[in-house]
Design a protein around this ligand. Structure first.
Ligand code: G3H
Length: 496
């Protein structure tokens, strides 16, 4: 049970404590933030509503702890990360249970998220030891008056305090994908978890606490975005922000100044299907890519652009698979579970109504009960429909029938987003041409979009983000290059 056993110290009464300076604390605000279970639409958990002063203290202790941590040997940092990874995996059941209750993640996927996170932390520890243990050596050349008199040594130094803001759909995995590279690189961490997912994140932080990281190095502050959001992102002692979420990221990027940003802000991932594609493979990928976790993934297939000549056959194959999707509570490990909030469900419904009014073909009847929306494939979608461009973040997938591959590419590239895209064809030459033409951070050939494996580079173009993630890229992003230059009085050798 969440908050019991090993985790008993993280709860006080019925409100989960926040974590700062190595301790689990109650907020002086006397207020809490309710966490609504998407299935019952009732309050399931409560977390502390931290004050700005408490956030300030967390940042202050992170700043102090980082100084010593930066001097801690890499192997020691790696050892603690490996320990945290093992503890995290050991506690996969109670953490997964929080994910089921807070964000309605299907039971098995919830366990997978925790295990995947443990693996990510261990991989990061290993990678960090190698990437950070190396520097470069450069010799000056043809710089007026300095021919071979300068020797440059480079190393990577930490940035300081890293602020990590993960989204509701992966409150554990997208938190550790920021925490682990920051820590291995010698930074400290202040984590602001999403409201829904905060309790899972607090449990995850407790695993790091049990691993024995120094006091103050990791903090987790909970509370209302309106009270502590801007305060955190504009804090002068925050040296880097790693954010995953929606439009808020754009606002953060405008307000923050002179600090490195890593952001992933959603997508409208297009799936282009050519005439020679293996349609069984396409159908399997579209259903998995479009409907897993009820479409609440930034990398979900969000529009299928299908060549007219194969559209009838493909739509039938997709519908056969959609009919087999199970719909119900996350506890039963159903494929389709309630979407995260009532307002998300309302937004999805708006897009569905708009498509109906504008003449889309409904392959299934639209059905909703509370936050639970049955999977829906919309065929013959036109560019004038909102669902063609907007991100539903729900189990509704539009199909646009195209006359040419160019038309598909044009539609994909007209989006403000540019996260991932995919193309299905047996012709590798055509696939490479499409990949080259799609304005997205990644193109998958013959598979649905996905962020993982977690050490692959992951980045979005346009409004989909800034910077590149993935373990090595995150380590590089969370460090600065420092150079030391040895100057010789005269050239080290002369010719002739
Ligand atoms: O929702 C955003 C995530 O970065 C997507 O990750 O492809 O592993 O589901 P995923």
């Amino acid at each position: 049970m969440a908050g019991s056993g090993t985790f008993a110290e993280i709860i006080d009464g019925d409100v989960f404590n926040y974590y700062s300076n190595g301790q689990w604390n109650k907020s002086s605000s006397g207020k809490f933030v309710p966490i609504i279970n998407p299935t019952s639409n009732k309050i399931h958990f409560k977390v502390q509503a931290c004050t700005q002063e408490e956030v300030n203290k967390a940042i202050e202790s992170a700043k102090t702890a980082q100084k010593l941590w930066a001097k801690t040997p890499l192997w020691k940092r790696a050892e603690l990360l490996h320990k945290a990874a093992a503890i995290l995996k050991e506690h996969k059941a109670p953490i997964a249970e929080c994910l089921v209750k807070e964000i309605a993640k299907p039971a098995k996927d919830a366990v997978t998220e925790v295990v995947r996170s443990g693996d990510l932390v261990s991989y990061c520890a290993e990678e960090g030891v190698r990437v950070l243990g190396e520097g470069k050596f450069l010799v000056s050349d043809s710089f007026p008056g300095n021919e071979r008199t300068k020797y440059c040594l480079t190393s990577k130094i930490p940035l300081g305090v890293v602020l990590a803001i993960p989204p509701f759909n992966y409150p554990v995995n997208l938190a550790v994908s920021k925490i682990a590279p920051a820590l291995i690189s010698g930074n400290s961490i202040v984590l602001k978890p999403p409201t829904q997912g905060a309790v899972a994140a607090l449990h995850m932080v407790h695993c790091f606490h049990l691993a024995g990281f120094p006091k103050g190095l990791i903090s987790c502050v909970t509370g209302k975005g309106s009270e502590i959001g801007d305060f955190l992102t504009m804090h002068p002692d925050v040296n880097c922000i790693s954010f995953t979420g929606g439009d808020t990221g754009i606002a953060i990027s405008k307000k923050s100044a002179m600090i490195p940003l890593q952001m992933e802000l959603g997508g409208k991932d297009a799936c282009i299907v050519l005439e020679d594609a293996d349609l069984d493979l396409v159908a399997a990928n579209i259903v998995k890519g479009g409907f897993s976790y009820s479409g609440q993934r930034c990398t979900a297939v969000k529009v299928a652009l299908v060549m007219k000549s194969v559209a009838d056959t493909l739509v039938k194959k997709i519908n056969d698979k959609v009919a087999k999707l199970t719909v119900g509570p996350p506890e039963d490990d159903c494929d389709i579970t309630p979407v995260v909030t009532e307002s998300s469900a309302n937004f999805i419904e708006e897009l569905v109504k708009d498509a109906k009014e504008k003449g889309a073909t409904f392959c299934q009847e639209y059905k909703r009960k509370g936050n639970l929306i049955w999977p829906l494939l919309l065929d013959n979608v036109g560019a004038n429909m909102r669902i063609a461009r907007e991100e539903p973040f729900g189990p509704v997938l539009p199909v646009i029938r195209i006359n040419s591959v160019e038309e598909g590419i044009l539609h994909c590239n007209s989006s403000n987003f540019g996260l991932q895209g995919c193309v299905f064809t047996k012709d590798i030459n055509k696939a490479m041409l499409v990949s080259d033409a799609m304005e997205t951070g990644t193109v998958q050939i013959n598979s649905a979009p996905a962020r993982g494996p977690d050490h692959f580079p992951f980045q979005g173009l346009k409004d989909s983000g800034i910077g590149s993630q993935g373990i090595t890229n995150s380590i590089n992003m969370m460090t600065k290059v420092k150079t030391t230059i040895i100057n010789l009085p005269t050239p080290s050798y002369t010719m002739g």
